[in-house]
Design a protein around this ligand. Structure first.
Ligand SMILES: [Zn+2]
Length: 282
């Protein structure tokens, strides 16, 4: 049985005011770091000396001024993979800048079903950097680190509607710990995952679509049963994300909720048995 061992509000001791120093990652620890990139997603998974980035934030400026400096501060000089969950600007807007700045081994994205002017720019940047582009299949395990598994679920093949529901969903498993990253899926995709895929239970949930009320349906949350829910949203965003009703639904299933708009970077770590959450303001 996993439990949250510690909640730290990070603030540097002796560091510059308002800026915290990242805690070093221990051997055998998996980290899920949901960056505060405003209204968008950029999520880093770290294990050993490996790093996987899931989405790249909303725009080039945020990539250059927020995301890349934070990766540098963490000592991330290369990425084993960049997963682009779906082709909306708030997820792929910074991807070309990341690909130009860092060596990236693989880009995993749903290329054939999506159409966005940024995709060709991203594909060009990937090709120039020698990055392999792959469209993962439903149920495929992404090659990352032998100690853990990263499996892709895609609800979209059986549905016609919208980019959000075509998001690649990642299930990350390490020891007894499960993380579920949901991109921007909405109720229709959640229903497919619950009915047709199953096995959704996860200790940590990256809440879908920034806490929009069209996602995080009661049925989905009942299937996931998260202990920790992380919402990536921009402070004062125009969509009123996250919605109060979603916060209530999350708390209703017993989840501890953390928000990048209020807390800064939300950092979840596990040794495969226990989970800790730390909040880091930059
Ligand atoms: Zn989004």
């Amino acid at each position: 049985m996993l439990f949250i061992a510690l909640v730290v509000v990070g603030q540097a001791v002796g560091g510059p005011p308002g800026r915290s120093t990242p805690l070093a990652l221990s051997t055998g620890e998996l980290e899920l770091r949901v960056f505060d990139v405003g209204q968008g997603d950029a999520i880093l998974l770290r294990f050993g000396d490996g790093a996987l980035l899931v989405d790249a934030g909303p725009d080039p400026q945020t990539a250059r001024q927020v995301l890349l400096p934070r990766l540098a501060r963490l000592g991330v000089e290369r990425l084993d993979g960049l997963v682009l969950t779906h082709a909306d600007a708030d997820h792929i807007g910074g991807a070309a800048d990341v690909l130009k700045a860092l060596p990236v081994t693989n880009v995993w994205m749903a290329t054939s079903r999506q159409d966005h002017p940024l995709l060709s720019v991203i594909e060009d940047a990937a090709r120039q950097g020698g990055t392999r582009i792959e469209e993962p299949a439903h149920g495929q395990a992404l090659e990352w680190h032998p100690a853990l598994s990263v499996e892709v679920s895609i609800a979209a093949p059986s549905m016609a509607s919208g980019d959000n529901n075509q998001s690649l969903v990642l299930h990350v498993r390490y020891g007894d710990a499960d993380f579920l990253l949901t991109g921007d899926i909405e109720r229709a995709a959640e229903r497919v995952l619950v009915d047709a895929v199953g096995g959704l239970e996860a200790d940590v949930l990256k809440v879908a679509h920034h806490g929009a009320s069209t996602s995080s349906s009661p049925e989905f949350l009942a299937a996931v049963k998260p202990q920790v829910a992380v919402i990536s949203a921009g402070l004062g965003n125009a969509f009123n994300h996250p919605r109060d009703e979603v916060l209530r639904r999350l708390r209703g299933v017993g989840a501890h909720v953390y928000r990048t708009d209020l807390a800064g970077d939300v950092v979840v770590r596990t040794d495969g048995y226990e989970i800790t959450v730390a909040l880091e303001r930059s």
